[in-house]
Design a binder for this molecule. Structure first.
Ligand SMILES: O=C(O)CCC(=O)C(=O)O
Ligand SMILES: [Fe+2]
Length: 143
């Protein structure tokens, strides 16, 4: 779990915010307050994800995309700086973790995964391929 605190930004137009990324999880469950600033990349466009009181945001992430053979797609997202706030969010990451996780092998695991879109990979391999520079790590395991 990560609790994020984004102070108000005096010059949002000069500020990057948080870079585009997809999470290294199966699923992320995000609670955001009413300030806003989260955007998702949908069909090539950055789309605001407006806060909805009482709602949780569910991000599909890379392990679920591979495991589902692309039936579920992970979502690229970013946070734009805003001069309101502070903004506070809580993200719960559901991911392979613990001492045994890094050697664990993942890959498509659904019935009738045809054609198979990914080779199997370990958590350690995936994390090594992952970077915050926007290159999709999953592509390195695509068949
Ligand atoms: O604070 C947010 O709105 C999202 C945080 C996030 O993307 C993350 O922790 O991976
Ligand atoms: Fe994220």
């Amino acid at each position: 779990m990560a609790a994020h605190y984004y102070p108000p930004c005096p010059e949002p137009h000069l500020t990057v915010g948080t870079a585009k990324h997809s999470d290294t999880t199966f699923l992320t469950v995000l609670l955001q307050d009413g300030v806003g600033g989260l955007q998702a990349l949908i069909s090539g466009y950055w789309v605001d994800v407006p806060p909805v009181t009482g709602a949780l945001i569910i991000n599909v992430s890379a392990f679920l995309q591979a495991r589902s053979n692309d039936a579920f797609k992970s979502v690229d997202h970013r946070m734009v700086a805003t001069n309101t706030g502070p903004r506070v969010t809580v993200a719960c990451f559901f991911e392979p973790s613990g001492p045994a996780a890094s050697g664990r092998v993942y890959g498509p695991n659904i019935k009738d995964a045809s054609p198979l879109r990914y080779r199997s990979f370990t958590v350690a391999e995936f994390l090594e391929a992952y970077s915050f520079d926007g290159k999709p790590a999953l592509d390195r395991f695509r068949l």
